[in-house]
Design a protein around this ligand. Structure first.
Ligand SMILES: [Zn+2]
Length: 137
């Protein structure tokens, strides 16, 4: 768990003024939440910061995304935007049973394309869907 001071330093480093609300929201997403939606973040805020408005939550998320501290994803078949504190390029696996979104290292995925030359690909985003078996050790 990163402390508030470390979180504040990360915000400042990214050029974001480290207000108490921004620190709290970013700390929640980095340390506790797992690919939360804005609604989930608002629910958490309601319990911990009853005075924080939905507008503040959205403004903070937009600021953090613009600063490159969070990534926002809109996946097909999912009506909501999810926020990810892992800003390094990666894919996702959606567990259809639990709804959990799991980060997938691009190194374990191989993609070959037979697209025509006119398509200049800048990035490939893959959402795998299925179920995940519990791994026994
Ligand atoms: Zn992710």
């Amino acid at each position: 768990m990163l402390d508030a001071k470390t979180i504040a330093a990360k915000l400042e480093e990214a050029g974001v003024q480290a207000t108490a609300q921004r620190i709290a929201i970013y700390q929640y997403i980095v340390c506790e939440a797992d690919h939360p939606t804005a609604e989930e973040i608002k629910d958490w805020a309601d319990q911990n910061f009853p005075k924080m408005s939905l507008a503040t939550v959205y403004n903070t998320l937009n600021i953090l995304v613009a600063a490159g501290l969070l990534k926002d994803y809109r996946f097909p078949n999912m009506s909501k935007v999810i926020y990810d504190s892992n800003v390094v390029h990666h894919h996702h696996f959606l567990d259809d049973e639990t709804g959990q979104l799991i980060d997938i290292d691009p190194d374990v995925v191989e993609v070959t394309s037979k697209l025509k030359k006119e398509f200049h690909i800048s990035q490939i985003q893959i959402l795998f869907r299925g179920t995940r078996q519990t791994v026994r050790k």
